[in-house]
Write a protein that binds this ligand. Structure first.
Ligand code: EPZ
Length: 419
């Protein structure tokens, strides 16, 4: 177990090249299973979730090597269609392999990934999409035995909710199916576009990625390719907030400001000065932040649920009262009791949190409840008076590459302590 030890009160300043997107690299690595040969994926962040994905690829029979931020996957010989329970449990997003394994093998055995820290996270929409494409699903003792004896056939898939993972699985399972698939009420996140761009580069024929209707014309075969994943928009938002809560001045390179179109206006509402120069974003913070009237999480292009916890920290130290509504996950406020331990004034009612901004937070020993909640506590430590210890860094290491080193490069006093 390790912890981050943070001495608060330093202005975050300087420039940082932001990591590649965790939520892009996971489905794109899974997608390499659909090709036979060597794919090279660049801009892959060093994360425990990426490591978990590589373990699954190797378990399926792929040869995988990492060279710096590039990952080379040779998927010539897939020797298994099963993901062992242990690997499924290690990483909830491993369900994203379902569509890719079915597309390659016409069968797949996974265990139900189970819930996680932020909610139940059922996979009914994933299974509905697979069944639409002709997959039979048998469930016993927590195992899902999926088979398509006659192969996958294109069909219309209409989602009751624009689920990111279910959209990704629907695309992965239909890109080599017989015939055309139309995905209605598809998720529109940039990571969906990135996955479809990768698959089209492999010879797929996918139209409408980023819209709510995606058309996939099934192809006989896909071919390996070289590809670079997009920047991590949530890591971007997190580092911008580090600047915002410390009265700092931070420049982020290698970003795509368009992906933050629901985030940047809220930082300006809080009184930050935002400057965009092609792929760089500069944030200059005021001495004291203004409140943000309402933060309401929605599917993209709405405000991203993954930025909700970091923004909670921001409004904790703003002038005035802010309201946060978390519409996507049912238990994504677990960082709030930890922030209250640091002096935050927050009232919660179901999916609504009302935050009365305080002049300052105070350092304390806190526990990271999940990935983005942990990041929010580190941000709180940066602006708190005194020392903060954030335990359970394993959650944070899932999504933030070199977190303490990057923050230290931006003038923070953050050290990792192994307990
Ligand atoms: C992806 O999770 C991301 N993870 C999440 O990021 C992100 O918060 C989420 O999309 C929403 O943007 C990855 O990409 C690896 P969903 P996913 O399916 O695909 C319900 C992070 O911090 N639902 O869009 O699991 C579900 O319970 C992580 O980086 C069903 O009911 O999200 C949730 O309430 C956290 N049935 C809502 O939909 C289903 O079959 C959104 O889930 C699937 C989902």
């Amino acid at each position: 177990m390790s912890a981050f030890v943070i001495k608060g009160g330093r202005r975050i300043s300087g420039s940082l090249r932001v990591q590649g997107s965790k939520n892009s690299v996971l489905p794109i690595l899974a997608a390499t299973v659909l090709t036979e040969g060597k794919s090279v994926i660049h801009n892959c962040p060093k994360l425990s979730d990426t490591d978990g994905t590589i373990k699954i690829l190797k378990n399926l029979g792929c040869k995988v090597i990492r060279e710096g931020s590039s990952i080379i996957v040779d998927s010539s010989n897939i020797s298994s269609a099963e993901i062992p329970e242990k690997l499924m449990r290690e990483m909830r997003s491993s369900v994203i392999f379902l569509g890719a394994i079915l597309g390659r093998m016409n069968s797949a055995v996974i265990s139900t990934p189970g819930g996680c820290e932020i909610g139940l996270r059922p996979i009914d929409l994933h299974l509905y999409a697979m069944k639409q494409l002709g997959v039979q699903v048998e469930e016993n003792y927590g195992k899902l035995i999926c088979s398509a004896p006659n192969g996958l056939k294109g069909k219309k898939i209409t989602f009751s909710f624009p689920s990111v993972g279910a959209t990704e699985n629907a695309v992965l399972a239909s890109v080599t199916a017989k015939g055309t698939t139309t995905i209605v009420n598809a998720a529109r996140e940039p990571e969906i576009i990135d996955l479809c761009d990768f698959l089209n580069k492999c010879g797929g024929e996918i139209y409408g990625a980023g819209e709510s209707v995606i058309t996939v014309k099934g192809k006989e075969k896909l071919f390996p390719c070289e590809y670079s994943v997009i920047c991590d928009r949530i890591a971007c938002a997190t580092y911008l907030i580090a600047g915002a809560v410390t009265g700092g001045d931070v420049v982020l390179e290698n970003t795509n400001p368009v992906h933050l179109s629901a985030v940047l206006p809220l930082l300006e509402e809080a009184g930050c000065d935002i400057n965009i120069r092609c792929r760089a974003i500069r944030l200059k913070a005021p001495r004291r932040l203004n409140r943000i009237d309402k933060i309401i999480t929605q599917p993209y292009p709405g405000f991203p649920t993954d930025a909700q916890a970091p923004f909670t920290t921001l409004v904790c130290v703003a002038k005035g009262t802010s309201v946060i509504v978390e519409n996507i996950f049912e238990s994504r406020f677990k960082h709030i009791p930890e922030l209250v331990r640091m002096g935050a004034k927050i009232r919660m009612e179901g999916r609504v949190a009302v935050i009365d901004g305080v002049e300052r937070l105070y350092g304390a020993e806190v526990v990271s409840p999940d990935l983005r909640g942990g990041a929010a506590l580190v941000l709180a430590g940066l602006c708190a008076e005194g020392e903060t210890v954030v335990n359970n860094t394993k959650f944070i290491d899932r999504g933030y590459e070199d977190f303490e080193d990057n923050l230290s490069m931006l003038n923070a006093d953050v050290k990792r302590k192994v307990n």
